[in-house]
Design a protein around this ligand. Structure first.
Ligand code: SUG
Length: 426
């Protein structure tokens, strides 16, 4: 089957802010209470989409849900108009208000786990919406993301969009950030690797549970899924998702030597099942540098000429030891022969690099033709989104602004304008 990988990036929403909401995510904790720049954040994301598109990869996007999520707060007993609800939450439960203001849906690697059609029992592309149960602000995303995915992938003959797993306290699921598809090429049948945590009493929560990964594999009917435990020291170093320490593309897996609890077992399983499998282990720097540089959160894009480009965050380029390892990789005998550096500083300061910002969906030409075309991008649409962001997104937000009705009104207006723009593309 001929499949192309389409990247669906999250458009950064107008309320992007730094509230330190994610324990175990060191960037989020370090930048707690800093002033954010939503306009710059969204523009940086759009330029990254443009850069990836420039490599010949089809690009889509997922729009942000309306934030603050006044509607979600009603379930907790707040009543009245949206502004009354938000003002009451600001007074009575400021942490809940902050969660309801988060723009964290931008990190679409956590929107769902995607199982490619050739790997699913019924031959459809499966998207299992993540419940993101371990963090309140992220759990609030799940219902909106489910609705968005159903909108974009509406054709049930080709797509199966699954609801978030219920009872997330037992089935914590963080989506594609903990899933890797290894295959000789995008179109070949793949081996699906699900990386998970465990209850190991460390300092930080282990956000992906094995049971959730097993459930996702069952829902899509994955043949012989591989389950791999994250190394405890990786979680303790701040690898709250596997995509902070490992990245795969087609037959290549690039990982820090400290990423997995049992790397040999994983490499043996993949060597046995993926034609031409190459494990590119990186060990020239420690896990702390892996987490601060986010090298492994690079995207690896297969170009039309068959070579692969590493789309790396500027923070990786800025670390001499890390970049020396990149140069070694580029020079070595493997398909990655080019690096492209992108500036995602605003997202990075909340722990979200290039790969966090995109959901990969491998699609046949027939399936791509059935994706809602309003969510597929070309240069002109990126330009139009950038113009809207320049006009309507706040320039800066300090955490105290999240309780300001003027910001809520600006965010609502920006969201409405975005929806109008998208509607005009139909
Ligand atoms: O879930 N940060 C996100 C970052 C997600 C990155 N995704 C991947 N690794 N795929 C998180 O921790 C910070 C929000 C705040 O602190 O305001 C946040 O949610």
């Amino acid at each position: 089957m001929s499949l192309r990988e389409v990247n669906f990036d999250g458009l950064v929403g107008p309320t992007h802010n730094y509230c330190g909401l994610s324990p175990g995510n060191l960037a989020s904790a370090t930048n707690a209470d800093a002033v954010s720049c939503p306009r710059a954040a969204a523009l940086q994301g759009l330029e990254k989409m443009r850069a990836v598109m420039g490599l010949g990869a089809p690009q889509g996007f997922l729009p942000p849900p309306l934030r603050p999520a006044a509607g979600a707060l009603r379930a907790y007993g707040f009543d009245g108009s949206d502004d009354v609800v938000l003002a009451a939450a600001a007074g009575e439960d400021p942490a809940l208000l902050r969660a309801a203001c988060s723009a964290s849906s931008m990190w679409t690697a956590n929107a769902a786990t995607v199982i490619a059609a050739p790997d699913a029992a019924d031959g459809r592309t499966h998207l299992v919406c993540a419940n993101l149960a371990s963090m309140l602000h992220r759990a609030l995303e799940a219902a909106d993301t489910f609705a968005t995915l159903r909108r974009v992938f509406a054709d049930e003959a080709l797509f199966a969009v699954h609801a978030p797993l219920p009872h997330g306290v037992h089935f914590g699921d963080e989506g594609a950030a903990n899933h890797m598809r290894l295959a000789q090429s995008h179109g070949a049948p793949g081996v699906n690797v699900f990386v998970h945590g465990a209850r190991r009493d460390g300092r930080f929560p282990e956000r992906q549970s094995l049971r959730a990964s097993q459930a996702v594999a069952r829902l899509a009917g994955v043949d012989r899924p591989v389950f791999a435990l994250q190394a405890a020291q990786a979680v303790e170093a701040g690898a709250f998702h596997n995509d902070v320490v490992a990245v795969a593309n087609e037959r290549v897996l690039v990982a820090h030597e400290g990423a997995f609890d049992d790397p040999d077992a994983l490499v043996d399983a993949l060597t046995a099942r993926v034609t031409g499998f190459q494990y590119l282990e990186v060990g020239g720097f420690d896990l702390a540098a892996a987490v601060s540089s986010y090298l492994f959160n690079s995207q690896i894009i297969t170009r039309p000429d068959g070579g692969m480009t590493l789309v790396a965050p500027a923070e990786a380029r800025a670390d001499a030891r890390v970049w020396a390892e990149v140069e070694r990789l580029l020079a070595a005998d493997n398909p990655i022969d080019q690096a492209l550096v992108v500036d995602l500083r605003e997202s990075m300061r909340n722990g979200g690099g290039p790969a966090c910002l995109r959901l990969r969906v491998p699609l046949s030409p027939a399936a791509l033709a059935r994706v809602d075309a309003r969510f597929l991008l070309g240069e002109a649409r990126i330009d139009a989104l950038a113009r809207l962001v320049e006009r309507a997104w706040p320039e800066a937000i300090a955490p105290a602004d999240l309780a300001d009705a003027a910001l809520w009104a600006q965010a609502r207006a920006a969201h409405a304008e975005l929806e109008r723009l998208i509607a005009g593309w139909s």
